[in-house]
Design a protein around this ligand. Structure first.
Ligand SMILES: Nc1ncnc2c1ncn2[C@@H]1O[C@H](COP(=O)(O)OP(=O)(O)OP(=O)(O)O)[C@@H](O)[C@H]1O
Length: 345
């Protein structure tokens, strides 16, 4: 498996889209993610790395060798799409072995390699099945085996699990994580699912409008987003404009106490993570608080998502379900916050 380096890469699609990446380095054996909103250029970046799209300028290096002009089939980079793209009239075995056959490998080797790849993806014994007799998750496992059997230098995955139902998606995430750790595969994985990003990636790049806004571990980016676009994309959606004076950040109609490290800066925005806020009904707590009125409540797998109006602004709060504790729209509530968990930008 190999490292991938990108230098000054530029691709323009008339009339208005340009991808521009000054520098990006993906380490050998790294599980690297690319996240960003629809249309920001994630797929274009993958296509440039595999050679399916040619850049206007810039360089792509694979394992210390420049491959910018190398044809796709000579790069040996595996590509997995959202849909498995299997040949319907081929069996599982024929689908998985197709690339090896094209490379004119020996028949006995092909059989052994197919069996090994099928075992890796948990499909031992499925050799003779046709795609029509497979579930969505199984088809995507075949697509994975078909890529792995060629022992690619890197595996590029373009939202590979987004068409699967939630349970299967979780199962496939476990599988790919396990394979990546066991085989030390270099993977670049596109998603716009934040949960997927936090589960899978060692490092990731947040893209927007053809550019990389920030690179780092998911946790680092979540805790220190570089700007409000990154923060918002990662789900930190309480972004309050204002200014700092002394120990407080003043925003429209109220103020927030700052932690010791945050005072006397020139920040223009204060960010509150939805899960760092807590609604209390009269319980004693020494933490500073805001008061507001509950606007809206939804319940999602063990958590309440609550919107509370504080003066003219709405705050989003994610709070764990607790038996016996209910929230009602219209109720006046106290919202606790941690001054040390505030992000200033
Ligand atoms: N071959 C092409 N010719 C012209 N424009 C293109 C071409 N391929 C992509 N684009 C444009 O480039 C931009 C980026 O597209 P891309 O598919 O890379 O985005 P994405 O981040 O992968 O989006 P999504 O998450 O929706 O898949 C879009 O505006 C798209 O319309």
């Amino acid at each position: 498996m190999a490292s991938i380096t990108i230098k000054n890469l530029y691709k323009y699609f008339p009339p208005s889209f340009a991808l521009q990446i000054d520098e990006l380095m993906i380490k050998e054996g790294e599980f690297f993610g690319i996240i960003g909103p629809s249309g920001c250029g994630k797929t274009t970046l993958l296509r440039l790395i595999t050679g399916l799209t040619a850049p206007d300028r810039g360089e792509i290096w694979l394992n210390g060798r420049e491959i910018t002009k190398t044809p796709p089939e000579k790069r040996n980079i595996g590509l997995i799409f959202q849909e498995p793209r299997l040949f319907p009239h081929f069996t599982v075995e024929e689908n998985v072995g197709f690339g090896l056959k094209m490379k004119k490998s020996r028949r006995r080797d092909i059989k052994a390699k197919i069996d090994e790849a099928l075992e890796m993806v948990g499909l031992t014994g499925f050799n003779r099945r046709y795609p029509s007799a497979l579930s969505g998750g199984q088809k995507q496992r075949v697509a994975l085996a078909r890529a792995l059997v060629l022992e690619p230098k890197a595996l590029l995955m373009d939202e590979p699990f987004s068409a699967l139902d939630p349970e299967l998606r979780v199962e496939m995430r476990f599988l790919i994580k396990k394979l990546q750790q066991e085989k030390k595969i270099t993977i670049i994985f596109i998603t716009h699912d934040r949960e997927e990003a936090f589960t899978l990636f060692e490092r990731m790049a947040v893209m927007q409008e053809g550019k990389i806004l920030q690179t780092g571990t998911p946790l680092h980016i979540y805790n220190q987003p570089q700007n409000i676009k990154v923060a918002n994309f990662l789900g930190i959606n309480n972004i309050l404009p204002g200014y700092i004076e002394g120990n407080y950040f003043y925003t429209q109609g109220f103020r927030i106490l700052l932690g010791a490290a945050n005072q006397n800066q020139t920040a223009k925005y204060l960010l509150l993570k939805p899960e760092s806020l807590k609604i209390v009904n009269g319980e004693e707590d020494a933490r500073p608080f805001l008061t507001g009125t509950i606007e809206e409540i939804t319940f999602q797998t063990g958590f309440y998502h609550i919107k509370v109006k504080v003066q003219s602004q709405s705050l989003n709060i994610i709070q764990k379900y607790q038996p016996g504790k209910n929230f009602t729209p219209g109720a006046e509530v106290k919202i606790l916050y941690h001054p040390e968990e505030i992000i200033l930008l």
